[in-house]
Write a protein that binds this ligand. Structure first.
Ligand code: COA
Length: 182
């Protein structure tokens, strides 16, 4: 099931993030950052702070083991104010290519649709070929907007126009587990 992240999930979430990031971004981001500066302990503090002080929404995929998580925020780009943005998605490397990431993306899109948004966005590192293949498979396309982030990597914005589908599990408010509004 996909459910809201709780404080008790944070150590596991930090573990997934650190190991998935190292696996996906080695060669894109420096080894010093990935293996020295970024630690599970630091990420535990980061996610605790995110849950307590931030309006971003966090969801985990939990089938008895937490295998993935996403963070959803409001887009801060001037040309897409308040559009739902997928700020992060991480699937435990051992459980990748099992459709979990696709389920998390569907959940994000269903939340956006339920709130009346027909367009969603995300940013991805230009060199993250695997993530780009994943997003493109799910119907996302680059809109030509780029920026170079703090780690010296170029990121590109991907968007997707959503279609309302009445079979969506979240399209019925009665079946929704009441995620907070963006
Ligand atoms: C990108 C990520 C979220 C995908 O999650 P996942 O659960 O493995 O993805 P799915 O199993 O739902 O894959 C759906 C489709 O996306 C594409 N895809 C997924 N991972 C891919 C990869 N590594 N290489 C190429 N295509 C990939 C495939 O078409 C796949 O379908 P298939 O398995 O039938 O061929 C996961 O690999 C991950 O957490 N990566 C590390 C973190 C990251 O890069 N996050 C994105 C940052 S912007």
């Amino acid at each position: 099931m996909i459910r809201q992240m709780e404080l008790g999930d944070v150590p596991r979430v930090a573990e997934i993030q650190v190991f998935a990031w190292r696996t996906s971004d080695r060669g894109i981001i420096s080894d010093e950052y990935l293996f020295r500066d970024m630690t599970v302990v630091k990420r535990i503090d980061y996610y605790k702070n995110l849950l307590i002080n931030c309006t971003d929404e966090n969801y985990v995929f939990d089938d008895g083991i937490i295998k993935a998580f996403i963070t959803i925020s409001k887009c801060k780009d001037e040309d897409m104010p308040d559009s739902p943005q997928l700020s992060s998605i991480y699937v435990e490397p051992f459980f990748q290519r099992n459709g979990i990431g696709s389920q998390m993306i569907k959940y994000f899109e269903d939340i956006a649709l339920q709130r009346g948004f027909s367009r969603v966005c995300l940013w991805v590192m230009k060199k993250n070929d695997n993530a780009i293949s994943f997003y493109e498979k799910l119907g996302y396309a680059p809109d030509g907007t780029e920026f170079t982030g703090g780690l010296g990597t170029t990121e590109i914005r991907y968007i997707k126009m959503l279609c309302f589908n009445s079979s969506s599990p979240l399209s019925s408010p009665a079946r929704h587990n009441n995620p907070p509004r963006l």
